[in-house]
Design a protein around this ligand. Sequence first.
Ligand code: PLP
Length: 433
Amino acid sequence: YAPLAEIDPEVKNIIDKETWRQFTGLELIASENLTSQATMEANGSILTNKYSEGLPNARYYGGNEYIDELEILCRKRALEAFNLDPAKWGVNVQPYSGSTANFAALTALIQPNDRLMGLGLPDGGHLTHGYYTAKKKMTASSIYFQSFPYAINPQSHLIDYDALAAQAKIFKPRLIICGASAYPRDWEYAKLKATAEKEGAWLMADIAHTSGLVAAQELNNPFDYCDVVTTTTHKTLRGPRAGLIFFRKDLEHAKDLEKRVNDAVFPACQGGPHNNTIAAIATSLKQVAQPEFRAYAKQVISNAQTLANALVAHGYKLQTGGTDNHLVLWDLRPIGLTGSKVEKVCDLMGITINKNAVSGDASAQVPGGIRLGTSALTSRDMREEDIKVVADFLHRAVQLSLLLQKEAGTKMLKDFVRVATTQEEGKQGYAQV
Ligand code: PLP
């Protein structure tokens, strides 16, 4: 045994720099969070050494006595975290990430070339929900399946459930996916279920972003209506980077759903599970079941609403005007800025955000907005008063971006970003602005 600093000072140094960045900066990326020390300890454990293809008590390798115990415990905690009856719901805890969980779910539910409908990426959906562009089918979910995304209403920016139903009536999808990466409002699962039932489609919710808020019962419950629910474990759920697939066990017409999902994860889409990650998921789910986590989830939403209100009070435009969950979508087009410019200026100020498409963007390559989330800051115990200060910092970042753009045109902003990029990343040339 020798410590990392001795074996590999270069990597240790990078980890130290990133630790410093995370400790000193303000983390506002809606898909990120700060997981607990206990979760990281489990994630960095000796369990990484073990191969365990298969399922508990049915492995392709020996020596899995403790790994079986772990996976069974993790499944139990996953069902408990979402208050699910083990007679009605099962869960596969092996997906390496949200993307693989989603592709495995698609593999379990539909056949190659079957039709699916998910929320379009420019409207807040995720790549894995069938995204493609006019030029290219660049995601597996559009390469292997026929995808016809639904959209948000161009005026209200809310899901238009009637338009979705009308589209499904014509397209006849085998699968409807709900859930999003950048949608600040809650979902009406009952309406989606009615459409799915009418058209004979599966209904799957990808609650990657909001699963912590769903577990805390702060948002509508997709489990009351969906056949399959997938999630990442590292966003509002505050666990390690991984995915989960929940499936109904009591469907008369699909008694084999459990087997289909399990077979889709392994061997269809993955090999051996990452047991260190499964341990870390189990640890984080134990924390999700504590009353403190419910208080945390409430605070995440209150903080997001405080942030939204403060930005609106500064005169800015938010998509849908506010939020029901942990994220805020800020439309910068009315003030003449792009998301990437503000992202870069924020980076220089130690505020981490991401550029994001907003409804009606001419090009997905030049997003007109930014997405903000309060999960990580709330994990640092920030409350409404702190969030108001953060909103003021963001206001100043935007005003600075405007000033740079106005005073000297885009060139000065480019120079500003170039200097910063060169200093910070040791790179030559312009950052993408
Ligand atoms: N699903 C949704 C809704 C997401 O927002 C994301 C990631 O941001 C994913 C799936 C993919 O998760 P991962 O990055 O773990 O593959």
